[in-house]
Write a protein that binds this ligand. Structure first.
Ligand code: AQP
Length: 332
């Protein structure tokens, strides 16, 4: 059976992008077909300016939303990254095979570092090394596949490079993983700035649909989405990014195809109305289950405790073997 690993960062409230690009696939497909691990990657949330209490709150919320989205602890392992020491242990070894040039080429690093500087802050070293920790997250479990949205595929490519390099230098320690992305919904764009990804830590609130937005808030955000100057509904990602984004969201929510849907609509208004309702319907069961789970925090804690135990047992032998392979003396 294939091993699958993926994660979500508690840097903000989870968005429709996180759901359509990743979480929905994890619940509907990955946990059924593979030995799957899903992780709230809280250490990654410390790479930018953060409020400790908020990170704790968002970590709990992310775990609850993953369960609400359909992850079933009988089918998969759900845990919090900082509860398993092997991630940080392995990250250091991988820093010893990665180069600073590789890190500086990462698109997310460039974008996030620029944003930190614009806000007048300094760039944390951990933001630069974040992809190495992500590689450790993946490699510690002998992962074959990493289901992610488009924005993370560069980091998975780097993970592959680091695994291959380590194996070549020090012997076969890691499985070399590959990224998988959904056919539709792999890159949900911001409704107000359709050339930019819908990101949970962005400032542009009205352009972001959060998983816990009330139905009327969702409707308002979608109805106010920026469209393009033309009038015809056409699927053209480059020329008509706003309309293309709505068509993709509608397609991802209804199981349709954005090109075919473009032929169905004669006005932007009708497209927006149907997209808003489709999003409301997709979010409805997730929100209902989230409410139930919030009333049972002991259950959620139990899932995370068991998940961490299982994850530790899987990661430890892989990381111990890498420690030996790279030349470190085993502890006695
Ligand atoms: N807009 C998106 N469209 C499709 N997929 C997306 N993902 C994120 N945004 C979109 C996918 O969701 C999974 C979890 O993402 P993450 O928590 O690792 O964060 P991220 O990729 O850095 O993107 P975010 O949510 O926008 O967070 P911030 O703002 O902190 O950078 C991943 O599989 C991701 O591809």
């Amino acid at each position: 059976m294939k091993r699958v690993f993926s994660g979500v960062k508690p840097t903000g409230h989870l968005t429709l992008g996180n759901y359509l690009g990743a979480m929905r696939q994890w619940a509907a497909v990955d946990q059924h077909r593979a030995d799957a691990l899903f992780c709230v990657v809280d250490l990654h949330a410390l790479t930018v300016d953060h409020d400790p209490a908020r990170v704790r709150r968002l970590s709990r919320q992310a775990a609850t939303l993953l369960l609400a989205a359909g992850l079933d602890p009988r089918l998969c392992t759900l845990f919090v990254q900082s509860h398993v020491d092997e991630h940080a242990r392995l990250s250091y070894l991988l820093e010893c095979v990665a180069t600073d040039g590789e890190m500086r080429r990462m698109i997310q690093y460039k974008e996030k570092a620029a944003r930190e500087r614009e806000r007048g802050g300094s760039v944390r070293l951990s933001l630069l090394t974040y992809p190495v920790l992500m590689a450790a997250d993946i490699l510690a479990y002998g992962t074959d596949e990493v289901p992610v949205g488009d924005d993370q595929t560069q980091h998975v490519e780097l993970t592959r490079d680091l695994a291959l390099r380590f194996n070549q230098r020090y012997g076969q320690a890691f499985v070399v993983p590959r990224a998988t992305t959904p056919a539709v919904g792999a890159r949900v764009m911001n409704l107000q700035e359709p050339m930019s990804k819908m990101g949970k830590s962005d400032d542009s609130g009205p352009g972001i649909v959060y998983l816990l937005d009330e139905p009327d808030v969702v409707r308002k955000k979608v109805m106010r989405a920026v469209t393009d100057s033309g009038r015809d509904v056409e699927y053209d990602r480059e020329g008509r990014p706003g309309v293309a984004n709505l068509l993709e969201i509608l397609a991802a929510c209804t199981g349709g195809n954005p090109e075919a849907l473009a032929d169905v609509y004669e006005s932007y208004g009708a497209l927006k109305k149907d997209t808003a309702e489709a999003v409301v319907e997709v979010l409805r069961p997730v929100q209902a289950r989230h409410k139930e789970l919030c009333a049972d925090p002991v259950f959620v804690e139990g899932v995370l405790r068991d998940g961490a135990q299982r994850a530790r047992a899987m990661a430890r032998p892989v990381v111990d073997a890498a420690y030996r392979a790279i030349g470190l003396l085993p502890a006695v």
